[in-house]
Design a protein around this ligand. Structure first.
Ligand SMILES: [Zn+2]
Length: 128
């Protein structure tokens, strides 16, 4: 079954690096699980607020420059926070990145503070 990005997901891809957008658009076509774009480009004001509340540890986020997106699986019409669903989504995103020839890092692979929804273009190949 092929899913489609919602209008809200598409609007949240505005200002995001075109390579990352390509991966997300390919992923939705091949994914066995539906997903939504939670967040793309982020303002520094919002980043400061996230740091203040402890939701993030850094002000040096790739969201600030459009080099990161947060994606969440949709299960039974709702955003899922279950890692089992993130691993299903991981396969689709990694495959799409490979197909598009785009290097992509998954927050779920981080040993410290794993971040399941977070995907970013690497600093090394995509300096801000
Ligand atoms: Zn993120």
């Amino acid at each position: 079954m092929a899913y489609k990005l919602s209008a809200r997901s598409l609007s949240r891809l505005q200002g995001v690096h075109p390579d990352l957008v390509r991966v997300v658009k390919r992923a939705i076509k091949i994914s066995s699980i539906d997903f939504t774009v939670l967040e793309g480009l982020r303002t520094i004001e919002r980043q400061r607020e996230l740091k203040r509340t402890g939701a993030t540890t850094t002000l040096r986020s790739r969201h600030l420059t459009g080099h990161a997106v947060d994606l969440a699986p949709i299960v039974d019409g709702k955003v899922s926070w279950d890692w089992a669903h993130y691993y299903v989504l991981e396969k689709a995103i990694k495959q799409a990145a490979k197909d598009e020839g785009v290097e992509l890092d998954w927050g779920g692979d981080w040993p410290k503070f794993p971040d399941g929804p977070h995907w970013q273009l690497p600093w090394a190949s995509y300096p801000a």
